[in-house]
Design a protein around this ligand. Structure first.
Ligand code: HEM
Length: 156
């Protein structure tokens, strides 16, 4: 069981997400460019990356995935503070399990996305970045990823 998620941690995640939302188009691109820097092979998994040479500038699916990852992690932080655990709606979770298994996602990929998420946040918030902020996002992401990974095992 994770240590208690504090109000301060929740606030750090929420504040940085509010800031990032204003620039989400560019951050989505940065996020995916970073994913591909860390793991070039991930290109083949995403429908919107597979057939283009470069990361597409204005692709709604790319933006949708980036926003989902950020937003659901932020919601997880809120739940961790409120309930002490991440609870994803059953229908959403089974969809997430199925979509990721179908796309060939495996557990270690979640670490790649985590690293890209952290680097994107760090770059976006600039001076506001702190170790504490990073840990709060990391904890929320890990708990969300654990829920999705457990569901993927059921869906496989
Ligand atoms: C699709 C969320 C992690 C790869 C999706 C979709 C959602 C989602 C909501 C469906 C998008 C749609 O139907 O429009 C998340 C969340 C994650 C996460 C919240 C982590 C907390 C990952 C990881 C990978 C990954 C680690 C692998 C690198 C994919 C792929 C698709 C997908 C390949 C299909 C997208 C397409 O080709 O159009 N994800 N995801 N996701 N996800 Fe994730």
């Amino acid at each position: 069981m994770a240590a208690t998620f504090t109000e301060k941690q929740e606030a750090l995640v929420k504040e940085s997400w509010e800031l990032m939302k204003q620039n989400i188009q560019e951050l989505s691109l940065h996020f995916f460019t970073t994913i591909l820097e860390i793991a070039p092979a991930a290109k083949g998994m995403f429908s919107f990356l597979r057939d283009s040479e470069e990361v597409p500038q204005n692709n709604p699916k790319l933006k949708a995935h980036a926003v989902k990852v950020f937003k659901m992690t932020c919601e997880s932080a809120i739940q961790l503070r409120e309930k002490g655990e991440v609870v994803v709606q059953e229908s959403t979770l089974s969809y997430l399990g199925a979509v990721h298994v179908k796309s060939g996602v495996i557990d270690p990929h979640f670490e790649v996305v985590k690293e890209a998420l952290m680097r994107t946040i760090k770059g976006a918030v600039g001076e506001k970045w702190s170790e504490e902020m990073g840990c709060a996002w990391g904890e929320a992401y890990d708990q969300l990823a654990a829920a999705i990974k457990a569901e993927m095992k059921q869906a496989a």
